[in-house]
Ligand binder design. Structure first.
Ligand code: VGL
Ligand code: ZN
Length: 203
């Protein structure tokens, strides 16, 4: 069976949000249309406590875009975003949610960031997504959402590692692009590791 995984389509990653992805809103109608093609849909939600170690504000003297060591892992600092129960952490109101089977929250441990919807960045914490998909008989996963060069990419890479046939829906994702070319580089990383790049029109 195939599943659609919608990654982090939350207010803070959309125009006007704390960590806005340019044109992120343009993928919402594409994702809503895609959802009609899937009987099995899950979503991930970036869900940080206020004291999260990835927030620049929690490292006095440092700014977003700078790096720290967080529990032995190199961590880029972000503006405060997707704080649990905040408006910014909510899914965009135009995102259709009525057919979702389950939501997987990530980034809840203040000591480690979690880009992937499967595991946190040091691969200790497990959201349960892999076991859940496997227990439901899912073998192929189709991934879309935000952001292509962070959470989408790492969800794709872990999906491949977990043995799923993994598709990245290229027109249903947008990148943060901290550096020019990051989107293209993320696409290449995913493809080099075995992801199948596909346009939503061919699903
Ligand atoms: C994300 C940066 C920090 C994402 C989450 O969803 O791509 N990026 N937290
Ligand atoms: Zn985050």
């Amino acid at each position: 069976m195939k599943a659609l995984i919608i990654v982090d389509v939350q207010n803070d990653f959309l125009p006007g949000g704390a960590l806005a992805v340019k044109d992120g809103n343009l993928i919402i109608p594409i994702i809503n249309k895609l959802q009609k093609k899937f009987a099995f849909i899950v979503a991930t939600q970036d869900w940080h406590p206020g004291n999260h170690g990835s927030f620049a504000a929690n490292h006095p003297g440092l700014e977003a875009g700078e790096f720290v060591q967080l529990n032995g892992v190199k961590q880029i600092l972000w503006p405060i975003h997707c704080v649990q129960e905040s408006k910014g952490a909510e899914f965009h109101p135009e995102l259709e949610r009525k057919n979702w089977t389950k939501i997987f929250q990530k980034g809840t441990n203040p000591l480690v960031d979690s880009y992937s919807g499967f595991f946190d960045n040091n691969k200790n914490g497990d959201t349960g997504l892999s076991d859940f998909l496997k227990s439901e008989g899912v073998r192929e996963i189709y991934i879309c959402g935000l952001a292509a060069d962070y959470c989408v990419k790492f969800t794709v890479l872990d999906g491949i590692d977990e043995g799923f046939t993994t598709y990245l829906i290229t027109d249903a994702t947008k990148a943060v692009n901290l550096k020019e070319g990051d989107f293209q580089k993320a696409l290449e990383d995913m493809e080099d590791n075995g992801a199948i790049l596909i346009d939503s029109s061919s699903i």
